[in-house]
Write a new protein. Structure first.
Length: 174
């Protein structure tokens, strides 16, 4: 059973998905070209340069969370991009825009789960929240084995895995 975001974990709102628009789009990338992606809304306002709704004081790497309206953490991931939203936005083929929310894996992924949750009424919205790894509290940094001066990609990996163990998001397991 997924947990809610802990009160002692400060996170920032990157985006809020509250609708699925009619139609689908595809990606040019070969690994994902077989997917017909749902169109989550609101669409990114500035392509890959769409700013998060709330900005963190520190930069990446980041750990991000897809949360149900009741704050249940459904998915935990990491981003090494300059801005966390860049991990989620890619150009698409078809549909009403040039850039879409495309976080996915070869077998599906978060955008498909979000679209199913919205369409079924399981949640009126899903929030994409994030925290810079540098802003994690000392207790979590120790618990997750983060080392000062460690390579950012390794810190992000440790933080992501630690938060998956702590929060038990169900979409990470499916």
């Amino acid at each position: 059973m997924p947990s809610t975001l802990p009160a002692d974990l400060t996170t920032y709102l990157a985006w809020r998905f509250d609708a699925v628009l009619p139609g689908t789009f595809r990606r040019n990338k070969v690994d994902f070209a077989h997917h017909e992606y749902p169109i989550l809304a609101p669409l990114p306002t500035g392509g890959r340069n769409t700013p998060p709704l709330e900005r963190a004081a520190k930069g990446g790497p980041y750990v991000y969370f897809v949360c149900h309206a009741a704050s249940l953490v459904r998915y935990v991931g990491k981003s090494l991009e300059e801005q966390v939203i860049q991990r989620w936005v890619r150009p698409g083929v078809g549909g009403p825009a040039k850039h879409y929310w495309t976080h996915s894996t070869r077998s599906g992924g978060a955008v498909f789960e979000i679209a199913r949750g919205l369409a079924s009424g399981k949640s009126p919205f899903f929030a994409l929240r994030y925290v810079p790894v540098a802003e994690l509290d000392e207790a979590r940094r120790r618990r997750f084995g983060l080392q000062p001066g460690e390579e950012p990609a390794r810190q992000a990996e440790r933080a992501e895995q630690g938060l998956i163990r702590e929060l038990l998001p169900d979409w990470n397991r499916s």
